[in-house]
Design a protein around this ligand. Structure first.
Ligand code: NCD
Length: 330
């Protein structure tokens, strides 16, 4: 794992949770899935399991009592923001929510470095969502406290990819050997950028289904290809559906289009219905980072293969794990 240039911190000798000997992520930023090895992932998922058990057993517990999270969101969010809040509060910590930067000094023209340096005076960790690629890395350069990237424009969404992979492992047992099909807006969708990179640590096959103008960016194809992962691009889901173990559907990211006429051309191109799933394997899962805006019909929700609501719940355990880890408690 990279250190992201943060000073080394000596792990606490009495960790109340998980591995008592070390806290390998203590004080670290979570900026990109590129920073993780398979060993790191096994560690994170192990802690997430413990969080799941604790939530089932006691609901809320005081692992992060007295710690404060600043939730700094320059873009809209429902799941990411509220699941980080729930994660912090289930661990006994508290949250400074800055969900609408227009009510903060950002609207007075304050720069990201200054906002981040302000919040770290009050908080122990900062979760940041920002419309610009690289914003989290920039913030991390200025901050002494850990920064967690909750989405940087069309760049990455590493905590989403972690929860996506955790979902795959929990639901299907392992990632090696799977065929994962990503569908929809692969150009602007940051969740698929992070997930494709993360899955390239495993022995997977990746299919990308999208219209021409929303294809997976060439740099990601090159990065994933360099790991010898077979990749197929197509416009037709029928070409790859029958062999698919994980169908990961994304929303067309309307807010990223320069020309809304282009958006109109591609919206509604793919809609997953019960008829679609009739062509899919019996043992497969249908995922979506949500929000959905028509890509998956509600009639599909009761199909046991529809994993998107369970996926959200896995996100709570992953975010609890990450907060405990970067704050030196796991
Ligand atoms: C995603 C995002 O913000 O990138 N949402 C999320 O965090 N679950 C996906 C999206 O907005 O389409």
């Amino acid at each position: 794992m990279e250190t992201n240039g943060k000073p080394d911190r000596t792990p606490s000798p009495h960790l109340p949770f998980g591995d008592q000997r070390s806290a390998p992520f203590y004080g670290k930023d979570i900026l990109s899935v590129r920073q993780f090895s398979r060993e790191d992932l096994a560690y994170i998922f192990g802690v997430a399991h413990e969080m799941r058990e604790m939530v089932a057993r006691v609901g809320t517990f005081d692992l992060l009592k007295g710690k404060i999270l600043a939730n700094l969101f320059y873009e809209p969010s429902t799941r990411t923001s509220s699941s980080f809040t729930a994660a912090m509060e289930r661990l006994g910590g508290s949250v400074i929510p800055i969900n609408e930067v227009k009510y903060s000094s950002v609207s007075k023209g304050e720069s990201l470095p200054d906002t981040v340096r302000t919040l770290e005076c009050y908080a122990d960790v900062i979760v940041l969502r920002h419309p610009e690629v690289g914003a989290s890395a920039e913030a991390a350069n200025y901050a002494r406290k850990p920064i967690i990237n909750a989405g940087d424009g069309v760049g990455e969404h590493p905590t989403q990819a972690l929860l996506d992979l955790f979902t795959i492992l929990e639901e299907l047992g392992e990632a090696d050997g799977l065929t994962v099909t990503m569908l929809g807006d692969l150009k602007y969708g940051r969740t698929v950028h992070s997930l494709a990179r993360l899955l390239s640590l495993y022995d997977v096959k990746l299919n990308y289904v999208s219209p021409e103008i929303l294809r997976m960016p060439p740099e990601i194809l090159a990065e994933v290809g360099a790991q010898d992962i077979p990749q197929t691009e197509t416009r037709r889901l029928e070409d790859v559906l029958a062999a698919t173990d994980v169908l990961y559907v994304t929303r067309v990211q309307k807010e990223r289009f320069e020309d809304l006429a282009d958006y109109e051309k591609v919206r509604g191109l793919y809609v997953i219905t019960p008829e679609t799933l009739a062509q899919a394997k019996e043992r497969m899962i249908l995922m979506h980072p949500l929000p959905r805006v028509g890509e998956i019909s509600m009639e599909v929700d009761d199909d046991p293969r529809a994993a998107y609501f369970r996926q959200m719940e896995y996100g709570l355990y992953i975010r609890m794990a990450l907060l405990a880890m970067v704050l030196g408690k796991a």
